[in-house]
Write a protein that binds this ligand. Structure first.
Ligand SMILES: *Cc1c(COP(=O)(O)O)cnc(C)c1O
Length: 360
């Protein structure tokens, strides 16, 4: 039976002045809207108790399983306000499907696609005024599922909470898009064969933070992880998939089971083909990437994900070595793909793939 996500309106929502002050400079992940969607699952009764309710803290027993064993998965997607004032999502059914796969890996129950979409639409419709307009702003949506049973035994929880919160987001690159430096870690890996790399779970992020700190020590903004077995093949960044351009082809590591299958990744591969670039998914050696950047045969390198969209990569650093893209001013393919994607998301270009979905 479908969940209803009936609305219980916030008795004292943010005032228009408060909301407008936040929307004028939202940043990322700092401010939250007036409502959130929640649903609870129990092993005995399945999913029940759904609603769109006033945003607020959970009361958690100290023995709540997620706090001890990290049985948790999440999603990330955006709602966009178009020039005609309609609100759209971008390929949300892929997020629904991925959350189901992530949940399965973490032994959690998932919402079916209908309920997942209903929860998101419920929050966005309740907080429609929180969707910013102008520039590359959006309302970032964060659905998540966690083990909410108070129990210290190690087994899949018998009680699970689903929640979707929303946070207005400004343009990720406030000072214009500029290339980042990437640290290739030879000390830490992100995901191993048979592990949770392909699942969007908080534990993967917890495990990547120390590598992120290592990158910062070397003057880099992000980490590129290599495969855990041989440290030989390129996998991805901590939260973004990675690509390079060579000879009219767009290369990205093939999905191995330890790489997260990004919605942006899939979209970028399709857009590359639209733009006349041949998309190539295969195993890519770190050494190949380094030498290609060094000798100039690789003309552009970039990363992508929902939050930052498309980020050019100017340099890679590994141990004592550093290689740069020869002409970082160019990034023409990167810029073209980025623009194309944004134009579809914001309704400025024809959505020939049918990726956008009007929800309000
Ligand atoms: C979320 C995520 C991505 C990007 O996925 P999108 O669906 O494009 O936002 C890439 N890598 C990791 C590890 C992620 O968690």
């Amino acid at each position: 039976m479908a969940l209803m996500f009936e609305r219980r309106t916030h008795p004292s929502p943010a005032s228009t002045a408060e909301r407008n002050a936040i929307l004028a400079n939202p940043g990322f992940g700092k401010h939250f809207t007036d409502h959130m969607a929640v649903a609870t699952w129990t092993r005995a009764d399945g999913w029940l108790e759904s609603g769109v309710v006033p945003y607020g803290p959970f009361q958690l027993d100290p023995a709540t399983a997620v706090l001890h064993y990290a049985q948790e998965v999440f999603e990330g997607l955006k709602a966009y306000r178009w020039a005609d004032d309609s609100i759209r999502l971008f390929r949300p059914e892929l997020n629904a499907a991925r959350m189901q796969r992530s949940a399965e890996r973490l032994a959690l129950p998932a919402l079916d696609e209908t309920d997942f979409l209903a929860s998101i639409e419920g929050v966005v419709r309740a907080d429609r005024d929180w969707v910013p307009s102008g520039g590359e702003t959006s309302l970032y949506l964060r659905p998540f599922l966690f083990a909410s049973e108070a129990f210290l035994g190690v087994r899949p929880a018998h009680r699970v909470t689903y929640c979707c919160i929303a946070s207005p987001a400004g343009a990720y690159f406030s000072g214009g898009v500029k290339p980042v430096n990437i640290w290739v870690s030879e000390k830490y890996t992100r995901a191993s064969p048979g592990g949770t790399g392909a699942a969007k779970c908080g534990g993967n992020y917890a495990a990547s933070l120390i590598a992120q700190a290592e990158a910062a020590e070397h003057g880099c903004e992000q980490v590129l992880f290599a495969d855990a077995q041989e440290l030989r093949y390129v996998e991805e960044l901590g939260g973004m998939n990675v690509y390079f351009v060579r000879d009219g082809q767009l290369h990205t590591p093939e999905l191995t089971g330890s790489i997260l299958e990004g919605v942006t990744r899939d979209s970028v591969l399709a857009l590359a083909a639209d733009l006349g670039l041949e998309p190539v998914q295969r195993r890519i050696e770190v050494a190949e990437l380094l030498s290609g950047m060094d000798d100039g045969s690789i003309s552009e390198v970039f990363a992508c994900g929902t939050a930052a969209v498309v980020t050019p990569i100017g340099a890679l650093k590994i141990a004592e070595r550093s290689v740069s893209v020869s002409d970082p001013e160019k990034f023409t393919v990167t810029a073209e793909i980025r623009q194309r994607l944004l134009d579809i998301q914001y309704g400025r270009a024809e959505d020939s793939h049918g990726w956008t979905r009007k929800i309000s």
